[in-house]
Design a protein around this ligand. Sequence first.
Ligand SMILES: CC(C)(COP(=O)(O)OP(=O)(O)OC[C@H]1O[C@@H](n2cnc3c(N)ncnc32)[C@H](O)[C@@H]1OP(=O)(O)O)[C@@H](O)C(=O)NCCC(=O)NCCS
Length: 176
Amino acid sequence: MFGKKESPKINEAIQSTPVTQPILEKSSAAPELYAKIPVLIIREAQYSDKEQIYELGSQIPELQCSKEETFLTKDDLAGMIENYSNKTMIAEIQEKIIGFAIGQKEGQDYGCIYFVGIDPKYRNRGLGKALLKSVEDKLHVDTVYLLATNESAIQVFEKLGYKKGKTLTYMSRSLH
Ligand SMILES: CC(C)(COP(=O)(O)OP(=O)(O)OC[C@H]1O[C@@H](n2cnc3c(N)ncnc32)[C@H](O)[C@@H]1OP(=O)(O)O)[C@@H](O)C(=O)NCCC(=O)NCCS
């Protein structure tokens, strides 16, 4: 496909292009390149991304609070994305969303990151870190709080500089 002279140029372009910018638009003159070279894009979510984020979030067991209370409903997710103080960032490869982080500015100086989820096939490659960082940057606050739902997430967040606060214990009681 590539002549020997062209290939290094493309590699250079990939290395020097920020991940937030597609190297080749799908509609560009070379759609076959787009199909052959997977390009990672990290960008702010749009309303139209809600279905894919919902599907991915629903498939990540760690993001389900309980059997009854699953990941956000589609309506809640849509409402969050539309909220002006919300920052939802996504990672996508060839229009497939493979990770997301949802944060919101809650007060003058602080924000919360409510969900971070990466497709299991793409974990441990720096995506969670990149998405968290991009939400943190966009919140423009002094402090960010998040809720870690499992031990492995605690370890990841600690590596990223988060410190444990007071311990919360999730409790429930059946009334029937
Ligand atoms: C938690 C999660 C978002 C991390 O995403 P990820 O893309 O795999 O993480 P990264 O590759 O960016 O790793 C960030 C750091 O954590 C480390 N790390 C990754 N997985 C780890 C694990 N299971 N245990 C310990 N450290 C881990 C990485 O080595 C990296 O450290 P470094 O910066 O020193 O190199 C992802 O595992 C996930 O989606 N888990 C299920 C959902 C979840 O639990 N979300 C959090 C609760 S809302």
